[in-house]
Design a protein around this ligand. Structure first.
Ligand code: PRP
Ligand code: ZN
Length: 289
């Protein structure tokens, strides 16, 4: 494996795996099916993918076993590895929360004093307690934290919530947020010393940025009466001037514009009222600014 390829660690199987692979494919990387191999190489980029347990990724990146990794910010911060977080990736969003049994009515943080809290995130939790001057006992558990209260080994828990299903199933409810997390790209601190690898990393980051920009934008196409042009231009975001094209029907124009994805539903009524028709909203795969 000493081939000069950039080595990227991703979660072997878990919440981030599928979306990480999707992101890499959107970046134009041709990666074969990863189902049961520990390492696969991209066919069209000097990159090897290492599939690892997410908890191990920060340390492997710190030690240079992998040059970069995709991991939840929660894991990156908890492991206190000496790595650089270079980019938030906008997916895998979740929260580390303190949760209590459904029937408990607790209102204030100081009600946590003297309680036993089970978690797999002892460092983040102890920072939180330190910042909030709470004196509680942290019980470190490595999996299935949510069952600790019913087993009687802890009063409350501090764990990751994404959909909230796990809490509900275990008759727990959120009390307070401790840490907001999403997938991040982390990097070995010495990568700049290998100039070839560093170039590859810069290329990959540029591709990731273009994929992330594209994710939040859409391409809008519509036909409008010529007379409505001024009004339509007022409705469209002023980011960039739209493309305006003639149509066979000389009283009409075609208007194309890149808009923020979430804006479409806010402006579509106004566009219709102004006379726009045949609205098409198209996803953008990559966008280089
Ligand atoms: C977390 C947490 C819960 C689950 C919550 O595990 O420990 O089990 O996700 O998700 P939900 O709110 O959608 O039910 P995680 O995916 O981080 O797995 P890991 O700790 O095994 O890596
Ligand atoms: Zn894990």
């Amino acid at each position: 494996m000493i081939n000069g390829n950039l080595k990227l660690a991703v979660q072997k199987s878990g919440r981030l795996t599928e979306k990480s692979m999707q992101l890499l494919r959107t970046c134009g990387l041709d990666i074969e099916n990863y189902s049961d191999r520990l390492i696969v190489s991209a066919r069209n980029f000097d990159l090897d993918l290492l599939f690892l347990r997410d908890d191990d990724i920060p340390e492997y990146v710190q030690d240079g076993v992998a040059d970069i990794g995709i991991v939840g910010e929660n894991v990156a911060v908890e492991k206190e590895a000496d790595v650089e977080i270079i980019k938030k990736l906008g997916y895998g969003k979740c929260r580390l929360v303190i949760a209590v049994p459904e029937e408990k009515n607790i209102m204030n943080l100081d009600e946590l004093n003297g309680k036993r809290i089970a978690t797999s995130y002892p460092k983040i939790l102890s920072n939180f307690f330190g910042n909030n001057k709470i004196d509680a006992k942290i019980i470190q558990i490595n999996g299935s934290v949510e069952i600790a209260p019913s087993l009687g080994i802890a009063d409350y828990i501090c764990d990751i919530v994404s959909t909230g299903n796990t809490l509900k199933l275990n008759k727990l409810k959120k009390f307070t947020n401790v840490f907001d997390s999403e997938a991040v790209l982390i990097c070995n601190k010495n990568i700049e010393q290998d100039s070839e690898k560093f170039m590859k990393l810069k290329n990959l980051i540029a591709r990731i940025e273009s994929a992330l920009n594209a994710r939040t934008s859409k391409y809008l196409m519509m036909n409008i009466p010529k007379t409505a042009l001024a009004q339509i231009r007022e409705i469209l975001p002023a980011l960039k001037s739209p493309t305006i094209l003639p149509l066979a029907d000389e009283t009409m124009l075609a208007v194309h514009a890149v808009i923020p994805s979430d804006m479409f539903w806010q402006i579509q009524d106004d566009l219709h009222e102004a006379g726009a028709s045949g609205l098409l909203l198209i996803p953008i795969e990559n966008m280089i600014l």
